[in-house]
Write a new protein. Structure first.
Length: 483
């Protein structure tokens, strides 16, 4: 129908009447919306723009909390708008090429400012362009912040990032955006991050990412570029008191308390020297190491450059350096100790001991520590299963001990199960193979025996230099001697 109509009109206009004579511009403008393709472009553009504006308002006012609103607003709709905008001139151009079909005059295009039609066309064109550009810039700006937000990182790939996002939400860094540690500032890291981000998104779509996500992160930006925008080594001085409470299955009431002053050091304001734990990252000090495994727990060589200019290399003979592999020396930075600055996972005994200390688990209940540990560490196939079964298991284990006790403490056992379920959900994702202890910390030496994590990777008195020095293990070098 529409085709017929235009044909007829075109025939009459080419008739020579100067008033209705449309000229080449007229045909182009008509081509934009009189052809199905042009129509499609216009509709697509209009719908995209309208929805984008709605989406931006929803995002800014925080009306809906759903990452898909953001994805559609900031990633899908701008694509639709740009596509629509490019289709419109394409449609006009195609129509003009078919001039013989529509009887279009093949004149050169001219802009005649004294013609009021041309003028209003140009003014309209400029206004529409300004509106379009404004909307695109606004959406681009908001979208840039959106893709950089922890919300995006954590929620968009919610299955994949759930462990990290959950741990992050109860860490001291919850107000620090993911990108501040994972990307940092500067254009080249930004580009690298977006490229690797794209690769990661593809891996998620193709469902071939590793479970668990491997740690350490191989190409994490050197911590000195990121952490040191907020924390700097000169600032560390003095000691930090830390208290560790441990219960045993035999004594659930009185914890063994280790109150310890950690020599966090770094800068000594009195002498101006660098010392203590943060000595490794202080000015003019460089510690580097050669690890033979991806986890960076087997350190075959350690090199140190001291502020006085001396250098020394310590070698651990037990660890063989494979000759066929190209291994890289790594300069030690914050992450080699603070590998869990924000994705902090607990160990089962820490969780249970904290429960006893805070009385979320009533320590009066006989055997509750042992039973809690068993219930927590059973293998559950999913988080849902754990949620529904931890309580039952705990109850069963308690019943084996004494039916009377179960009756007496029924309410307390239920409260304990709730706490255990919450702790489990904070730490374990069977689908991602993130289990108890999958991600261990290097900060002290509590997990040295099991996995080789922590300070004793180097401070084991087995890394020995040519002159017979070794990296020391004296307790009081790092903290006051425990009592
Ligand atoms: C305070 C800095 C910091 C912030 C903020 C941060 N991360 Fe991390 N993240 C790290 C460090 C450091 C590692 C590397 C751990 C390692 O190499 O062993 C890491 C590792 C990871 C890993 C690899 C798996 C693992 O647990 O080691 C993922 C995935 C991850 N982070 C996602 C996120 C997401 C998503 C956010 C925001 C919700 C975020 N991170 C916020 C510092 C941070
Ligand atoms: C954008 C700023 C920022 C960045 C970047 C940052 N942090 Fe922090 N960090 C903080 C804030 C804020 C706190 C909380 C201070 C407080 O609670 O007193 C904190 C606390 C800490 C703490 C003390 C935690 C505790 O339990 O007391 C450590 C350790 C730490 N950060 C290490 C790191 C490491 C390692 C990195 C780099 C991977 C890093 N931070 C990057 C801002 C930052
Ligand atoms: C040799 C290991 C090691 C290195 C390297 C290291 N730290 Fe620490 N850091 C520690 C230990 C151990 C503590 C105290 C333990 C704790 O707070 O749980 C600590 C404590 C901290 C604290 C808390 C201080 C306070 O007063 O509460 C911050 C913040 C921190 N480190 C940031 C950093 C940053 C940033 C870097 C890199 C520039 C870094 N650390 C490098 C081992 C290290
Ligand atoms: C990659 C190897 C490595 C790791 C891991 C490591 N250190 Fe060290 N550390 C060294 C070396 C090397 C020295 C210097 C030994 C020397 O000068 O003879 C040193 C020295 C120290 C010193 C003495 C600094 C001074 O006053 O001169 C302290 C304290 C210390 N480390 C604490 C720690 C703590 C705490 C951890 C774990 C959180 C840790 N180190 C992890 C390699 C390491
Ligand atoms: C290279 C430094 C270093 C050396 C050497 C060292 N420690 Fe520690 N130790 C630490 C750090 C750091 C922590 C704190 C870990 C944390 O913040 O979680 C710690 C924590 C502890 C704790 C408390 C942990 C807990 O869960 O109760 C005990 C106990 C302890 N050390 C005993 C010792 C003894 C005994 C020695 C001597 C054989 C020793 N350490 C040598 C660095 C060291």
């Amino acid at each position: 129908m529409a085709e017929n109509e235009t044909n007829q009109e075109d025939q009459t206009t080419t008739g020579g009447d100067s008033k209705t004579y449309r000229g080449p511009w007229g045909h182009i403008v008509r081509g934009m919306w009189r052809t199905p393709l042009g129509m499609f472009g216009m509709v697509l553009t209009t719908i995209s723009i309208t929805l984008m504006i709605v989406g931006v308002i929803v995002e800014i006012l925080g009306i809906v909390h759903n990452p898909y609103v953001g994805i559609i607003t900031f990633m899908v709709l701008p694509g639709g708008m740009i596509m629509g905008l490019s289709i419109i001139p394409l449609a006009a151009w195609i129509r003009r090429r078919q001039y013989h079909k529509y009887g279009i005059v093949k004149e050169h295009l001219q802009i005649n400012l004294s013609d009021h039609k041309h003028r209003s066309f140009i003014v309209g064109f400029i206004i529409l362009t300004i509106v379009n550009i404004t909307v695109l810039v606004l959406v681009g700006y908001e979208g840039y912040h959106f893709t950089d937000s922890p919300y995006f990182c954590g929620m968009v790939c919610h299955d994949v990032m759930a462990p990290e996002y959950t741990a992050y939400q109860r860490s001291p860094h919850v107000k620090v955006a993911c990108v501040e540690c994972h990307i940092g500032s500067g254009a080249s890291w930004f580009v690298q991050a977006k490229i690797s981000g794209l690769r990661q998104v593809m891996a998620v779509v193709a469902d071939n990412y590793s479970r668990p996500i491997p740690a350490p992160v191989e190409h994490l930006r050197p911590a000195r570029d990121t952490c040191e925008t907020c924390h700097w080594p000169d600032k560390f001085h003095g000691k930090k008191i830390k208290i560790f409470n441990h219960f045993t299955n035999d004594d659930q009431i009185n914890p063994e308390v280790n109150e310890m002053a950690l020599h966090i050091g770094g800068h000594n304001p009195q002498t101006g020297d660098f010392e203590g734990i943060h000595w490794h990252v202080s000015k003019d000090v460089e510690v580097s190491y050669l690890a033979v495994d991806k986890k960076r727990t087997q350190l075959a060589r350690v090199r140190v450059k001291r502020p006085d200019g001396t250098e020394e290399e310590f070698i651990k003979e037990d660890i063989e350096v494979p000759e066929d592999e190209e291994l890289e020396w790594r300069i030690m930075d914050c992450i080699d100790c603070h590998n869990r600055p924000t994705h902090v996972y607990d160990m089962p005994d820490e969780v249970v001991d904290f429960g006893l200390l805070s009385k979320k688990i009533n320590p009066e209940i006989e055997g509750i520590r042992e039973d809690s540990l068993i219930a927590l560490q059973r293998e559950y196939t999913s988080r849902e299963e754990a949620e529904s079964q931890i309580g039952e298991h705990l109850l069963d284990l308690q019943k084996l001990r004494s039916g009377e006790q179960v009756q007496k403490y029924e309410e307390d056992i239920r409260k304990a199960s709730e706490y255990l379920v919450e702790s489990y959900l904070n730490n374990v994702w069977p689908k991602m193979n993130v289990l108890w202890g999958t991600y261990s910390g290097h900060l002290g030496h509590q997990y040295y025996d099991e996995n080789g994590f922590g300070c004793f990777r180097c401070h084991d008195e087995e890394h020995i230099s040519e002159s017979g020095n070794y990296i020391p293990m004296d307790c009081d070098q790092c903290h006051d001697e425990p009592e």
